[in-house]
Ligand binder design. Structure first.
Ligand code: GTP
Ligand code: MG
Length: 358
């Protein structure tokens, strides 16, 4: 503010400030708010489908403040017995394939059938492009306003592992809050699909026809993970090409070995924009759930995922404890410097650093 100009916000000396603007009272309010976090009350509210409580719990789970860890832990633990009762669907695809549009249409389709839908996102680039998912939130206009839907932007984190762990815990919270379908969205880059695949029951890959897409961007691993491939934007002039792509994908899929789920992945056509083929995809999800429940693969997969996450959590925890130690931080810098100067080997340096913790 220009010098000499009086701020309307600043009150005259001698006149007591209102309770809300008074610094001491702000501190007090903050303190009260923090003290008020009672896991039991919060969990009770979550179980009553209170979305504010759910959001608050997710924020605690996402928090990197060590003071919040025990509270977050306690909330998750209390929610666990109420979790597991949802269909978890992973959706992936390259930028622009229509994930947000698809989730909007698919989500509305489900809420119209009385389902409660939660959308979580794993965005490995979120720390770089902050707000991209928030932008998405406005793109999912109708779903955002739907009282049976809950859209949560992803935590922006440094490591994909960290963000993913939090997403997994958020799934538990959403299930405790009574959501029937949890959609985990990720953009098809890097390792994020593998991560999402390890926390969902059904994995849907969105693709585009034409533009050489069926030859270019196919990462073999992703196709192998997919329980269904949906060729989106199968509308207008694109329909013909989409139909050709469907035949090609179907042929390609038959070259893959039979899945442990005994489920033969399907290729579907859809238009998220025109709401075409969406119901068929939902029916397919239900068919998948029925088939894999009957052959016990559904439970087996969830157990395998839990075991995987147990190991993953330990690895994450050990790593972060190790790298956050002040002595390691200091010595690591020294060892890196020595490597720069060819004075040690990576193995000798690692051995030395690891030994510091014993
Ligand atoms: N014609 C047509 N256009 C679509 C369809 N689905 C999405 N689009 C358009 O494609 C563009 C990208 O859609 P988004 O839903 O934002 O795609 P996205 O995969 O979420 O993209 P990122 O968030 O950038 O990864 C938008 O302009 C949509 O309107 C569809 O079924 N048909
Ligand atoms: Mg999007």
């Amino acid at each position: 503010m220009a010098k000499g100009k009086k701020s309307a916000l600043k009150e005259n000396e001698g006149i007591s400030q209102s309770e809300i603007t008074n610094a001491a009272s702000i501190k007090n309010i903050k303190k009260k708010r923090n003290a008020k976090i009672n896991p039991k009350t919060l969990v009770a509210a979550i179980l009553k489908k209170d979305i504010t409580a759910l959001s608050r719990a997710i924020t605690l789970v996402e928090s990197t403040n060590a003071d919040h860890f025990p509270i977050a832990h306690s909330i998750i633990k209390q929610c666990l017995p109420h979790a597991n009762n949802s269909i978890r669907i992973g959706i992936t695809g390259v930028p622009g394939v229509g994930k947000s549009t698809f989730i909007e249409t698919f989500g509305k389709h489900l809420t119209a059938r009385g389902k409660r839908v939660a959308v979580l996102a794993i965005d490995p680039s979120s720390s770089l492009t902050k707000g991209s998912i928030l932008g998405d939130k406005t793109r999912m206009d109708a779903l955002v306003k739907d009282e049976n839907a809950y859209i949560r932007p992803s935590a922006s984190g440094k490591s994909l592992g960290g963000v993913a762990r939090k997403t997994r815990e958020s799934i538990i919270l959403c299930e405790a809050a009574g959501f029937d379908v949890i959609i985990i969205e990720t953009v098809g880059v890097g390792q994020s699909e593998t991560t999402v695949h390890s926390m969902v029951d059904f994995f849907l890959l969105l693709k585009l026809a034409g533009a050489g897409d069926e030859l270019q961007g196919i990462k073999r691993g992703i196709i192998e993970m997919a329980d269904t491939i949906a060729i989106n934007k199968a509308d207008g002039d694109n329909l013909k090409q989409a139909k050709i792509a469907k035949v090609e994908f179907n042929r390609a899929l038959h070259l893959y070995p039979q899945k442990a789920s005994n489920w033969q992945p399907k290729v579907m056509l859809c238009s998220a924009l025109k709401n075409e083929g969406i119901d068929d995809i939902w029916k397919l999800v239900l068919e998948y759930i029925e088939t894999t429940t009957k052959n016990h693969y559904f439970d087996k997969k969830r157990k395998e995922q839990n075991k995987f996450w147990l190991i993953q959590t330990i690895e994450d925890q050990l790593k972060s404890e190790f790298f956050n130690r002040p002595d390691i931080k200091k010595e690591l810098a020294t060892q890196l410097h020595l490597i720069d100067n060819n004075k040690t080997t990576p193995f000798a340096a690692a051995y030395y650093l690891l030994n510091l913790t014993h």
